[in-house]
Design a protein around this ligand. Structure first.
Ligand code: F6P
Length: 365
């Protein structure tokens, strides 16, 4: 067999571990492997590099992706110059198929989130033998219990929550730490619990200004003259909207969130809590750096499972991690269904039992 690999969408720690896992196990089966540069751009523009054992040696611990990635390159609506343009996206899927054939490929491994996998599914429906590997720091794909990148992001976010504790305590302040996660609150929830946050604000539980203020005052009454708020970038007030920082032209999901923490600071600054507040927006720091051991392990297992699916010609499938085992689900089933925090979930109740506020007094566990 000759296989192509690409990494699409936002990067995250563990992508290289998957590339290594697929490549090493494929080479050991006697297959040939190439990597496309910058996601689907490489497939459309025939930009690739051969992957030999020495190319993937030493990349297990490296963050990002040695292949490069793009969150705008879509073969069905191509916006990248010189072949496409943002004003007039072009359907270049025929060219992608032509390149696939010209290169003598038997299969494509698409490593990415919802957008990349949706495109993989479209290619598969038109006849390309594709296997998917799910990635995202957001951990919001419903067809797998966990995605690699999440644990690494969680470590960064938790360390940030740990670190702001001492400065919050010294200055008697409210420190507000904003995490990524898009429309799901997993990073904020787990970092909030693991880091001992006092108020956790999630997209899934709309907050109420008076309940955030109430939670800080309640702590003050108990002699705690500081509070730590962990807020997911997608958090929003009841009836209110999410905070959008920019729109990215050509992206399958163009809305970029960010900045809600400043709104929370404003709510607190305009209240009578008598404490100053400060904001820390973690942003892309959560996506950078080395993957944690868990993510290296998970990503390696995903990579090896992907080449097993290729060997069995189980195309149109995506690797998944369920009940502590590696398995496969159809990509069609996996895409478009987000896994979000349920307000009644065990871990929400765990936090409530400790006195954590979700900024909404109706959520009582
Ligand atoms: O989906 C991963 C993610 O990091 C989200 O948590 C975040 O909202 C978004 O991507 C940021 O995207 P970009 O890298 O395009 O700014």
């Amino acid at each position: 067999m000759k296989i192509g690999i690409l990494t699409g969408g936002g990067d995250c720690p563990g992508l290289n571990a998957v590339v290594r896992g697929v490549t090493k196990s494929a080479l050991r089966r006697g297959w040939e492997v190439i990597g496309f540069r910058d996601g689907y751009r490489g497939l459309v523009e025939k930009d690739f590099l051969p992957l030999h054992d020495h190319d993937v040696s030493g990349i297990l611990t490296r963050g990002g992706t040695i292949l490069g990635t793009s969150n705008t390159a879509n073969p069905f609506a191509y916006t990248l110059a010189p072949l496409g343009s943002c004003e007039k996206p072009k359907d270049l899927s025929r060219l992608a198929f032509q390149n696939f054939r010209d290169l003598g490929l038997d299969a494509l491994v698409a490593i990415g989130g919802d957008g990349t996998l949706t495109m993989a599914q479209q290619l598969y429906k038109r006849g390309m033998p594709v296997v998917g590997v799910p990635k995202t720091i957001d951990n919001d794909l419903s067809a797998t219990d966990v995605t690699f990148g999440f644990d690494s992001a969680l470590n960064v976010a938790t360390e940030a929550v740990d670190r702001v504790h001492t400065t919050a305590q010294s200055h008697h302040r409210v420190m507000i730490v904003e995490t990524m996660g898009r429309y799901a609150g997993w990073i904020a929830l787990r970092a909030g619990i693991a880091g001992g946050g006092d108020i956790i604000l999630l997209p899934e539980i709309p907050y109420r200004a008076k309940d955030i203020i109430g939670a800080v005052l309640e702590r003050k009454r108990r002699g705690k003259k500081f509070s730590i708020v962990v807020v997911a970038e997608g958090a929003r007030p009841g009836k209110g909207k999410m905070t959008v920082t920019r729109m990215v032209k050509g992206s399958p999901d163009p809305m970029r969130l960010g900045g809600v923490s400043y709104k929370i600071a404003e709510i607190l600054d305009n209240s009578s809590i008598g404490l100053e507040s400060r904001v820390v927006v973690l942003g892309h720091v959560q996506r950078g750096g080395e993957p944690t051991p868990f993510d290296r392990w998970l990503a390696t297992g995903f990579g090896v499972k992907a080449s097993e699916l290729l060997a069995k010609k189980r195309f149109g499938q995506m690797v998944s991690f369920r009940d502590y085992g590696f398995t496969a689900v159809s990509i069609a089933e996996a895409v478009g269904k987000l896994r979000r925090v349920q307000p009644g979930a065990q871990e929400v109740r765990t936090a409530l039992a400790l006195g954590v506020s979700f900024g909404n007094s109706r959520i009582t566990g």
